[in-house]
Ligand binder design. Structure first.
Ligand code: NAD
Length: 513
């Protein structure tokens, strides 16, 4: 796969001046493919499509990728299958050695890696580094595999023993989104590789560069050739991977609409599949909540990574009189300024999609109490920015209360009772995170038991479990069984062989023998 590497910029956000442009009324934006309008080229030598990689920070071109076609995927699978012949036979204690070294190399190079994530994704350097460190927790877990998976043996009948062996599946794949170019791939490949598989990663075409750097560091760490490969492309590349009979399993992380399609297509092709989708996380605040903690926490959940996190706060449901909390949230949200202490939105089409939601909420009668539309950052006019936004007072059924906006936008609903708040949370189709702000343990416990989400926060706005506690949502935030990391991750990338043996001819006879 030919990849043209371009410049990657080191960026400081806090020194950037910010100017606000007047709001212009726009037509509601269509949700367009991210590279649409990015002047895709055709490579005249090969006929392959070439997609430019644009920095959201300032709109400058960083690089370009050549879209892998079915033949390229077939070649990658063949190489991975050859590598699997020896890698699959390598004892786990040896397989994890390159991962120890990889973790160290990632840490040694973290400033450069974070600058690369910032350049292609647009988040602030601190956020980029945090994402890398969070991903490295899975590497730590993978390094511990020989200690976690030591197996077990039990005498199940007189003189008859059973044991289980956990075996790799073969060639496996991962398909990842734009919003965490380092972390989400690390949810997948460390466990897949440590368990003996060979892995093909198809990163987002919007953020394809960081995975190449990780591939190079894995090679430097001593991982054998083709145990980890990166293929570049978009939908057509993913479809070629899902249709390839040589790939045994695939994990996907991205939007719900795509995740559903990818999951069904992979299952239809006989693969083991797990697809994590989008989210609409509800945060509930009750009147006894700590005002300062809640305001800071909600704000960082909405605005971190410019709201482009599947664990971001999206809907705030206030119960009863929470006006002091709302005032404090508004004050906090105004302190978070795009281009200064908040990063960019991934693309122009994403910016238009987000602003379209705000426009339509306003037209439907909502109050936009903090308005992030029309933001432009001085000296980065070509970048894509949306400021912190609060949409207050939409009806429960409005699109802003039900659809994933994926930007720094908080939709606020007001109800009288906790039961009403829980009912609203329960009826939303997603189920990644749900959060309660309260100082009352019984209220917290009740919410934890009633909310319909895989990850619950109590006074924590981004309740991402730290490893070894595993990551995964419910409902339309996940298709397939189990979480993507932790014990479920190990189970996903492996199959078990159960062995029953008798070495004592005189052992007691029963229905088994
Ligand atoms: P996306 O669904 O557009 O793309 C994800 C991947 O699928 C990319 O590699 C892309 O090239 C590929 N793809 C796109 N369209 C496809 C199609 N029609 N068929 C096959 N493959 C296709 O997602 P995105 O915009 O890159 O990422 C944002 C989304 O990811 C949000 O919805 C966010 O909530 C979600 N996300 C979820 C989690 C989670 O853990 N649940 C984590 C991170 C991001």
């Amino acid at each position: 796969m030919e990849v043209h590497r371009g410049r990657t910029t080191g960026l400081t956000f806090d020194s950037v001046a910010v100017g606000l442009r007047p709001l212009t009324v726009k037509e509601p934006a269509e949700f367009t493919a991210p590279h649409e309008g990015r002047n895709q080229d055709i490579d005249p030598a090969t006929g392959a499509r070439v997609i430019p990689v644009i920095s959201p920070v300032d709109g400058s071109p960083l690089s370009a990728i050549t879209v892998a076609d079915a033949d390229s995927i077939d070649q990658a699978v063949k190489q991975a299958a050859t590598a699997f012949e020896s890698w699959g036979e390598t004892p786990a204690k040896e397989r994890v050695q390159p991962l120890y070294r990889f973790k160290q190399l990632m840490e040694d190079n973290i400033a450069e890696l974070a600058a690369g994530v910032t350049a292609e994704n647009g988040k602030t350097p601190d956020e980029s580094e945090a994402g890398i460190r969070k991903g490295l927790e899975v590497v730590e877990n993978a390094c511990a595999l020989p200690f976690i998976e030591k197996g077990g043996l039990q005498e199940v009948s007189p003189g008859v023993d059973c044991h289980i062996r956990r075996l790799p599946l073969g060639v496996v794949a991962g398909i990842t989104p734009f919003n965490f170019p380092a972390m989400v791939p690390m949810w997948m490949f460390p466990l897949a590789i440590a368990t003996g598989n060979t892995f093909i990663l198809k990163p987002s075409e919007q953020t394809p560069l960081t995975p190449l750097r990780m591939r190079d560091l894995l090679a430097e760490a001593g991982l054998p050739d083709d145990v980890f490969q990166v293929v570049q492309g978009d939908r057509s590349t993913v479809e070629a991977m899902l249709d390839h009979s040589g790939i045994a399993a695939a994990a996907f992380v991205g939007s719900t609409a795509v995740g559903k399609q990818v999951y069904s297509r992979g299952i239809g092709a006989g693969k083991r599949m797990l697809a994590l989708g989008g989210a609409k996380n509800h945060l509930v605040v009750v009147p006894d909540a700590d005002v300062e903690l809640t305001a800071r926490n909600v704000t960082s959940s909405v605005t971190g990574c410019a709201g482009q996190r599947c664990m971001a706060a999206s809907v705030l449901v206030t119960v009863g009189d929470c006006s002091d909390v709302m005032d404090a949230i508004e004050t906090e949200m105004r302190q978070v300024v795009a281009g200064r202490n908040m990063g960019a939105i991934i693309s122009q089409s994403a910016k238009e999609r987000i602003e379209g939601y705000i426009d339509r909420a306003e037209s439907a009668g909502a109050r936009i109490t903090v308005d992030g539309r029309g933001v432009s950052v001085a000296d980065r006019e070509g970048g894509f920015y949306v400021g912190s936004t609060i949409i207050d007072g939409v009806a429960v059924g409005h699109e802003c209360a039900g659809e994933e906006i994926f930007g720094p936008v908080l939709t606020v609903l007001h109800v009288d009772t906790l039961e009403e708040a829980i009912a609203i949370e329960n009826t939303n189709r997603y189920g990644n995170a749900a959060v309660i702000y309260t100082t009352n343990g019984a209220t917290a416990r009740h919410f934890e038991q009633q909310a319909s989400a895989g990850m619950i926060g109590i006074n924590i706005g981004v309740p991402v479990p730290r490893e070894p506690y595993s990551f995964g949502g419910w409902n339309d935030s996940r298709f397939g069984a189990g979480d993507i990391t932790g014990e479920d991750g190990i189970a996903f990338w492996t199959k078990t062989r159960k062995v029953t043996q008798k070495w004592t001819p005189g052992a007691a006879r029963n229905w088994m023998s």
